[in-house]
Design a protein around this ligand. Structure first.
Ligand SMILES: C[S@@+](CC[C@H](N)C(=O)[O-])C[C@H]1O[C@@H](n2cnc3c(N)ncnc32)[C@H](O)[C@@H]1O
Length: 358
């Protein structure tokens, strides 16, 4: 006889179904991108499976199954007459790589997530993690610029975010200087350099392989007012040289974010702005566990951020959700900044935007 299902057992079954469903939907998003299905549906309104199959040059029966999966998951809108639509918000997220909300690139290389999570096993045993560049497999050129924050930097940083930082646009237009520390594949420095030809822009990252990609993208764009450096070889300047300093999704990754805050304080000019993008956790776990991104981000923390933050024996090991606003404020003010506030007018489902001034 089967034991009666308890509420708890039912909840765990639902959780398992949701976890599997998330993975499967992600893999189907990947298929849709690779097969050109989103492209085939973009700006065409509601379509039948036959329409989509014809537009993409694919088997109608397989396309129908994919459409049903995507509509059941909520990616596509189903109109109850056998037609499926990639509506405008979904187009931005899945079809349009020039949209700041494009997220489909997350699924380009799922194997890298398996590798990253497995790479945490050693750190569980020793408590010592590894620097960013050692955790991640070699960055893939096609993937590097399709990662959501790099997409956001390429498409939204200049038109949407910088205008919210008083005085920054004017300084860059008049030949000011900006740097992005932990720039990854260089989307932010490249976007700033392209938008402000008289500015001087620097991108710093300790992960050599990703810096090489940034340099390739710089060459392709033909930009001469931006340069990329590895601070382990070319240390950050210790004199005030930059009007704008960006750290995006990296402070919490550092073993010693206090040392980085002190470095930024030295290299920022009087009147300059330090633009900080970091996750937006709640200050206590009692509250934080209820946030929609908590489970996902505590997981990614194991795969990447906590490992990076414990890469040296003196590492604080903050983890991905280790810098809630009060802790970040304290860190910034202790480094000698006199102002710290949330930037108004920019929002994101799970990142917070702050500006600090000397
Ligand atoms: C999560 S990634 C964020 C990349 C990029 N800022 C973005 O928003 O897409 C963090 C980056 O910080 C870099 N990083 C880690 N420690 C660093 C350090 N001490 N100095 C400069 N970059 C560092 C890593 O190599 C990695 O590229």
């Amino acid at each position: 006889m089967t034991a009666p299902a308890t509420d708890r057992a039912m909840a765990l079954q639902s959780l398992q179904a949701a976890a599997v469903g998330g993975l499967v939907t992600g893999l189907c998003i990947r298929l849709g991108g690779r097969l050109g299905l989103y492209e085939a549906m973009a700006q065409r309104g509601p379509m039948t499976a036959a329409d989509v199959a014809a537009a993409a040059g694919l088997s109608e029966r397989f396309v129908l199954e994919w459409l049903r999966q995507q509509a059941s998951a909520g990616v596509l809108v189903y109109s109850e007459d056998g037609r499926f639509e990639l509506d405008e918000p979904a187009r931005g997220m899945y079809a349009d790589t020039n949209s700041p909300s494009f997220v489909a690139g997350f699924w380009d290389n799922p194997q890298r997530f398996v590798d990253m999570f497995e790479s945490a096993e050693g750190a569980f045993r020793t408590g010592i993690g590894r620097p960013f560049g050692e955790i991640n497999p070699t960055p893939v050129r096609e993937v590097a610029m399709r990662i959501p924050l790099q997409v956001w930097a390429r498409n939204a940083l200049v038109p949407q975010a910088l205008p919210q930082l008083p005085g920054v646009i004017e300084k860059l237009r008049d030949g000011g200087a900006a740097c992005d520390i932990g720039c990854g594949a260089g989307a932010a420095p490249l976007a700033i350099a392209a938008a402000f030809p008289r500015s001087r822009v620097a991108g710093y990252d300790t992960w050599s392989a990703v810096l090489e990609l940034a340099e390739e993208f710089r060459n392709e764009a033909g930009l001469t007012n931006v340069a990329f450096y590895n601070p382990e070889r070319t240390p950050l300047p210790e004199t005030p040289e930059f009007d704008l300093v960006i750290t995006s999704d990296m402070l919490h990754d550092l073993p010693r974010p206090d040392l980085m805050a002190a470095s930024v304080r030295k290299l920022i000019r009087p009147g300059g702005s330090w633009f900080i993008i970091d996750p937006d956790p709640r200050p206590t776990f009692d509250e934080d566990r209820l946030q929609p991104q908590a489970a996902n981000q505590y997981g990614f923390s194991l795969a990447i951020c906590l490992q990076s933050g414990t890469a040296t024996p003196d590492g604080w090991g903050l983890g991905l959700r280790g810098l809630p606003e009060p802790a970040l404020r304290e860190l910034v003010m202790n480094a000698g900044f006199s102002e710290f506030e949330r930037v108004q007018g920019i929002s994101h489902p799970f990142n917070a935007y702050y500006v600090a001034r000397p």
